[in-house]
Design a protein around this ligand. Structure first.
Ligand SMILES: Nc1nc2c(c(=O)[nH]1)N[C@H]1C(S)=C(S)[C@@H](COP(=O)(O)OP(=O)(O)OC[C@H]3O[C@@H](n4cnc5c(=O)[nH]c(N)nc54)[C@H](O)[C@@H]3O)O[C@H]1N2
Ligand SMILES: Nc1nc2c(c(=O)[nH]1)N[C@H]1C(S)=C(S)[C@@H](COP(=O)(O)OP(=O)(O)OC[C@H]3O[C@@H](n4cnc5c(=O)[nH]c(N)nc54)[C@H](O)[C@@H]3O)O[C@H]1N2
Ligand code: SF4
Ligand SMILES: [Mo]
Length: 755
């Protein structure tokens, strides 16, 4: 193997003092472990401050790395390594509870599928292990080569909501300010883009207003396109602790576990939400269930809203939506007459071709009834991945980091100053969105792709198309914990990453709470924390000086604090990791001014908009409405069934790269793909429970097992997203405002295998 000149690596001691360090030639020769050791900073074998105590047999806490509930877990250590865990009783999020994924969080780290060394694809198409030096050099040559051959615009990255904010920011800054990569987006486009877009337009900032205590304080909770029993089970546990005997209204085309537990289930035909929410709004206005004072003082657009929704009468909307008119009235009455009403939404809304407007129709209802800023209220988007919120704030993709604007010179200057970088390195426009990047690959505009902690060959909509497109790339890098993902198989270069539990940083959960993750395990083989990979890339790319301050996660947290100054998400008042650790996490905002008001530590449950002031310049929230669009691919005679997709069980996580590594979790869910079909449809199609069937859409065909269940209505079917075949069927269409894929509506037909 060729060994380059001895690069100078700037290492930092645990207490932040810089130690300029020249990587000795002899150590580079001893590839692997030694190079890896040198890339780790000395404090990296545990959280610097708790290092001493963690070395003994003891415990420490960390936030869970699966969903955005952000539960606190207590890790039990032997000689500084975690050997077991229990849910943390004192953490304000989960109060001693955890779901099976949380319980099994350590187990999934040990697996033969872990990527333990960088892998390079040879001419024969197989991957062979290489050392980090060669990997970094290959990375730089590969990406630079594409930029030189095809222009600076020809490289993109796809990132994630599952790495800490510090890594997220490092990636975004390195790629866009250091390497001149023009386009980058993340899997949060598949997930949260709609909510972010809706909040921004309605509230003036991407700002989920709630705190989890609201689950317990409401007397009426409305869940739209949300199945917390499966997807956010500990949030659901918080609902169960509600002492007000609340009305629980679920709007979902399927009779989900959550719907079964509700007091009202509006089992609407898919994509009738917008009309339904307008009909409810109309009913509230017609019956004077409106908080006129709040509307007059704190909103704009009420008259337009009133005129717009007047066309949505209960009877005709009910007919279209396939539900009884009385059920709409009952829901509207509960919302209108409740004293603390909270409205929650998740992917049944966000993943819709009119998702942004639907989310805003939910926001409108909270606003006109004055259900915001008080305990138990709010128009509340539930986040998906552990750090989807961090991605919204810090990924530096379509927004300049910290929710600044690339287009604004003042914002570029502020960010450049906070980063001590030259303002010239900050581009004046945001990135293409995910779908446009994919389209760029198709058109030959994008030739180099760097994929970090996401598995688009499984999860992107209309997957066969995406897999084909990856073949058109000249250079593709996948940075993942496992080398076996569907996407890693397409890569020229695989960079092995440490995962949750093997590194430190912060996640932001659904209620805006920064929580800490810690290194309690050694990553296997030569795998490195993404943070260290970015550091290595900065060095080999020749921009280490630009990132001299980015020595360790907490140093970057300080940078994020500076960037947040005077934004609604200001966190300048947080003392540092130690305070996050001691306080059970801290919700944004927590500014210097907040922290100087007498309380040393922030109160644990804080919500936004208590003063009725929103983030638009005039302080008012916008009531936004739009016309109803029809479904682009409605069922017809040839494809008579509407396919829904989503979460299958509590124990499966997304593309299963992680959850399938746990024998316990694997026992808790069906290992083979299945389709849920209504019994009447099954009868007509002569399909029996457990039989193999073919599901066909205009884009592909899959073979799965039939599961006959009345939880789906006639004319509809459901396939969980966790199986790698599901997205062969889906139709690539998007919300026009957010660019989020509409994963939950396409037409299919189902035929028994024997035909
Ligand atoms: N166990 C587990 N938990 C998870 C995840 C996981 O993979 N596994 N993933 C996490 C992530 S990233 C996310 S984003 C969340 C997602 O959490 P959820 O959004 O709660 O989960 P989904 O099953 O995708 O979709 C929710 C519901 O939307 C309904 N739906 C479909 N179409 C429509 C429609 O037109 N209108 C309405 N009203 N509803 C509709 C579906 O029937 C489904 O029950 O879960 C998080 N939690
Ligand atoms: N049909 C359909 N498709 C969907 C959805 C749907 O409802 N229906 N939901 C969509 C939604 S909401 C989402 S969020 C996406 C999720 O889609 P993906 O992001 O593609 O799914 P994951 O399996 O979570 O992929 C994360 C990858 O990151 C790796 N990883 C985990 N931790 C780390 C780390 O610390 N560092 C590195 N480098 N790698 C790490 C994991 O091994 C895994 O390969 O799927 C979307 N796709
Ligand atoms: S609910 Fe979410 S955060 Fe809590 S233990 Fe389960 S996966 Fe982890
Ligand atoms: Mo998601």
């Amino acid at each position: 193997m060729e060994i380059g000149p001895s690069p100078a690596v700037d290492l930092t001691t645990g207490n932040g003092a810089k130690v300029p360090f020249a990587l000795p030639q002899v150590l580079l020769r001893r590839e692997g472990e030694m190079t890896r050791e040198l890339l780790l900073h000395p404090g990296d074998h545990g959280l610097g401050m708790t290092h001493a105590s963690m070395a003994a047999d003891t415990t420490t806490t960390a936030t869970c790395g699966f969903c955005a509930t952000g539960c606190g877990l207590r890790l039990h250590l032997r000689e500084g390594q975690a050997v077991g865990l229990t849910p943390e009783t004192k953490y304000p999020v989960n109060l001693g509870m955890a779901c099976p994924k949380g319980w099994e969080a350590l187990r999934v780290l040990d697996s033969p599928e872990r990527a333990t060394t960088p892998l390079l694809r040879g001419a024969d198409g197989t991957h062979r292990p290489i050392g980090w030096h060669e990997a970094f050099q290959t990375f730089v040559d590969g990406i630079r080569g594409v930029q030189e051959r095809h222009g600076m615009d020809s490289v993109a990255f796809l990132s994630t909501g599952q790495i800490p904010s510090e890594e997220m920011a490092f990636l975004g800054a390195l790629a866009r300010f250091g390497m001149g990569i023009k386009h980058g987006d993340g899997n949060t486009r598949q997930c949260m883009a709609t909510a972010a877009t809706a909040y921004k337009e309605s509230f003036g900032f991407d700002s989920p207003p709630y705190t989890y205590d609201d689950f317990e304080q409401s007397d009426c909770l409305v869940f739209v396109g949300s199945n917390p029993c499966i997807a956010h089970p500990i949030m659901w546990e918080r609902v169960l602790r509600n002492q007000n005997q609340p009305e629980i209204i679920v709007i979902d085309p399927r009779r989900t576990e959550t719907a079964m537990a509700a007091t009202q289930h509006l089992q609407i035909r898919p994509k009738n939400d917008l009309a339904l929410l307008y009909a409810i709004t109309n009913y509230l206005i017609q019956n004077d269930l409106v908080d006129h004072d709040f509307v007059a003082s704190n909103t704009t657009g009420f008259e337009t809203l009133q005129q717009h929704v007047a066309a949505f009468d209960v009877e005709s909307v009910a007919r279209e939506a396939g539900i009884a008119p009385a059920s709409i009235v009952r829901a509207a009455e509960a919302i209108g007459k409740g004293t603390a009403v909270s409205l929650w939404w998740t992917m049944g809304v966000n993943q819709s071709y009119q998702g942004t407007r639907t989310a805003q129709a939910i926001i409108n209802i909270a606003l006109i009834t004055g259900n915001i800023g008080r305990p138990g209220t709010g128009a509340n988007s539930i986040t998906g991945q552990c750090n989807a919120m961090g991605s919204r704030l810090w990924s530096n993709t379509t927004n300049l980091m910290g929710h600044h604007r690339f287009e604004e010179e003042a914002d570029r200057r502020k960010v450049a100053d906070a980063l001590s970088m030259d303002v010239e390195c900050i581009p004046s426009e945001g990135s293409w969105k995910y779908d446009r990047i994919i389209e760029g690959v198709r058109r030959g505009e994008i030739k180099g792709l760097w994929v970090i902690a996401t598995n688009p060959a499984h999860s992107w909509i209309d997957q066969s198309d995406v897999r084909k497109l990856f073949g058109k790339l000249e250079f593709m890098v996948v940075q993942d914990m496992y080398h076996t993902t569907e996407t890693a198989r397409h890569a020229n270069l695989v960079l092995p990453s440490a995962g949750w539990g093997e590194k430190e940083g912060t996640f932001i959960n659904s209620e805006r709470r920064y929580g800490l993750i810690k290194k309690v395990r050694r990553a296997p083989g030569e795998a490195l924390a993404d943070f260290q990979i970015f550091r290595g890339i900065a060095h080999y790319w020749g921009v280490a000086d630009q990132f001299a301050e980015w020595t360790d996660p907490e140093a970057v947290f300080r940078i994020l604090q500076r960037l947040s100054r005077d934004q609604p998400c200001d966190i300048t008042g947080i003392e540092g990791y130690r305070q996050l650790d001691a306080c059970g996490g801290i919700q944004w905002p927590w500014s210097e001014a907040d922290s100087q008001q007498g309380t040393l530590d922030p109160p644990q449950q804080r919500r936004l908009f208590e003063d009725g002031k929103f983030f638009h310049a005039d302080g008012r929230a916008r009531l936004v409405v739009d016309d109803i669009q029809s479904m682009p691919e409605s069922p017809n005679e040839t494809y008579p069934i509407l396919l829904l997709t989503g979460r299958g069980t509590v124990s499966q996580w997304h593309t299963q790269t992680r959850t399938r590594q746990s024998p316990v979790l694997r026992m808790l869910y069906p290992n083979e793909a299945y389709v849920e079909i209504n019994p009447v449809d099954a009868d007509e199609l002569e399909i029996e429970h457990g039989q193999t069937v073919r599901v066909q859409s205009r884009r592909g065909e899959i073979t799965v097992t039939a599961s006959i269940t009345a939880t789906v209505r006639r004319g509809q079917a459901f396939i969980p997203m966790h199986y790698d075949v599901t997205n062969r069927l889906t139709l690539a269409h998007f919300d026009p405002h957010s660019g989020q894929p509409s994963y939950k509506d396409c037409a299919v037909r189902i035929i028994p295998q024997s035909y």
